[in-house]
Design a protein around this ligand. Structure first.
Ligand code: NAD
Length: 251
């Protein structure tokens, strides 16, 4: 349980949902974790936790956040690119500005944070990057054109970064969650006429009968960030109760 002792991790979108579960899991294993989030006000600073207000869509903000982590802890070993935002609708529904915004956060944000951290990852003996992808990258979800395009790009970016940096000893992988029980899904369910009925229906649609938990996604992230997966790079690990294996889709 102390396989991250001495390691420094950066987790974007670490103040809520999957990111918050990743922060907890890494801390439990001994890592020092910088929580980069638009709103880290609920994250308590301590010896192992550094909340940093950061917008992954803003290069200056990202560079300043990475500099703050390195000033505090001297380096970076693990980057978890998890911050992401949603978008609903078909291509008929999303205007250019929304495309630009979602791709900027979900895709360019991951490149931006990794780019800023790269010199420090190169100096680490256990460098790993884990990107939060999605079943939306593979499943052909209706009413999710822009979001699916962004997550497809995350999976492709993961493979390309893995190829580019494998010789430098930096592994790059993704997790591909199905529908995970986070505040994000809570916000979507609240819009339904009967949120509990909608939640029951969503649970029933999952092959294993329930939503994926944020902790289960965090477990996969921890594995991909740890030396236990030292020969694994360029994969997208599904955490979806079998949905992708069964060629099902969550909506
Ligand atoms: P969430 O809304 O609970 O948490 C997202 C966090 O990201 C928030 O703390 C938010 O403040 C932060 N964030 C948003 N934009 C940011 C920005 N520009 N800069 C910095 N931080 C920012 O969502 P979640 O469900 O935990 O989702 C986390 C990731 O998992 C996202 O990339 C999402 O696409 C992905 N994902 C979620 C699900 C799901 O069902 N919940 C499924 C597949 C993939």
């Amino acid at each position: 349980m102390d396989d991250f002792a001495g390691a420094v991790a950066v987790v974007t979108g670490g103040a809520s949902g999957i990111g918050a579960a990743v922060v907890s899991a890494l801390r439990e294993r001994g890592a020092r974790v910088a929580v980069l989030d638009l709103d880290p006000s609920d994250v308590t600073a301590d010896d192992q936790t550094l909340p940093v207000r950061c917008d992954v869509a803003d290069d200056e903000s990202v560079r300043a956040a990475v500099a703050q982590v390195v000033d505090n802890w001297g380096g970076i070993d693990v980057v978890v690119n998890n911050a992401g935002i949603g978008a609903q609708g078909t291509v008929a529904d999303n205007e250019d500005a929304e495309w630009a915004r979602v791709l900027d956060v979900n895709v360019v944000g991951m490149a931006r944070v990794t780019r800023a951290a790269l010199p420090h990852l190169r100096a680490s003996s256990r460098a790993a990057v884990v990107n939060t992808g999605s079943i939306a990258a593979t499943a052909g979800l209706p009413q999710r054109a822009l979001y699916s395009a962004s997550k497809g790009a995350v999976h492709a970016l993961t493979r390309a970064m893995a190829a580019d940096h494998v010789r430098e000893g930096i592994r790059v992988n993704a997790v591909s969650p199905g529908t995970a029980d986070t505040p994000w899904i809570g916000r979507l369910l609240e819009k339904a006429d009967d949120p509990q009925a909608e939640r029951d229906a969503l649970n029933a649609r999952q092959p294993h009968g329930r939503l994926v938990s944020a902790e289960e996604v965090a477990g996969a992230v921890v594995y991909l960030a740890s030396p236990a997966s030292g020969s694994t790079t360029g994969v997208a690990l599904a955490v979806d109760g079998g949905m992708q294996a069964l060629r099902l889709r969550p909506v």
